[in-house]
Design a protein around this ligand. Structure first.
Ligand SMILES: [Zn+2]
Length: 207
């Protein structure tokens, strides 16, 4: 379906062709914001999930391709507000979608000293971590990086852009990525496994 027809279905205009003139700029904006999602509008016949290193038509991609080693708010860990992905030390962590970096720091130690070494179950906090705000009121968080993140607050990042590398800084018993998704419209963290599956970039091991 042409975008201008889709627009007319969503909001009926007395001038149905009026939407067409906005299409090129709209496509450009969506592509810039999402790292390529607008291409889905012209290529809706091929719908499949993104694998590691690919961006789904939704604009989302997996931050690391690794097994899920601990889930979101499980019976054993009801306070675990994210999912743990068992990637090895130094694995690049990628932005799950385009957005703006809103946090990039060492949790509990502004100097970074406490995050420049391996943490432990008795070390507090998220270690070196990054938060990115995305379109649609979503925020993603990436914890326990091995060293200072590669991005700074205010920076715009593309889907799949490297944010830092897997480590075990902060409250962590071994190298992994702790990944959280916050839905501002709901005012709560949500299950990243469900969310990423729904956007066509499912978490977990190799498909
Ligand atoms: Zn975790």
């Amino acid at each position: 379906m042409a975008l201008t027809d889709a627009a007319q279905r969503v909001q009926v205009s007395a001038y149905p062709d009026a939407y067409a003139k906005h299409e090129p700029i709209a496509t450009q904006i969506v592509n810039l914001l999402t790292g390529g999602a607008a291409r889905a509008a012209g290529d809706s016949t091929e719908a499949r999930c993104a694998t590691g290193g690919e961006v789904a038509a939704s604009g989302w991609t997996v931050p690391v391709r690794a097994l899920i080693v601990s889930g979101f708010r499980t019976a054993e860990r009801p306070d675990h507000d994210g999912v743990d992905l068992g990637a090895g030390r130094e694995t690049p962590i990628r932005a799950a979608a385009a957005g703006q970096v809103i946090t990039s720091r060492c949790d509990v130690d502004p100097s970074g000293r406490l995050c420049n070494r391996d943490g432990s179950p008795s070390t507090p906090g998220c270690g070196w971590y990054v938060k990115v705000r995305h379109a649609g009121n979503f925020v993603t968080m990436y914890c326990h990086m091995i060293r200072r993140p590669k991005v700074t607050v205010g920076q715009m990042v593309a889907a799949g852009q490297e944010l830092g590398d897997v480590g075990t800084s902060g409250h962590s018993s071994g190298p992994h990525l702790h990944f959280e998704v916050y839905d501002s419209s709901r005012g709560d963290k949500i299950d990243p496994v469900d969310f990423m599956r729904n956007v066509g970039a499912p978490l977990g091991g190799k498909p």
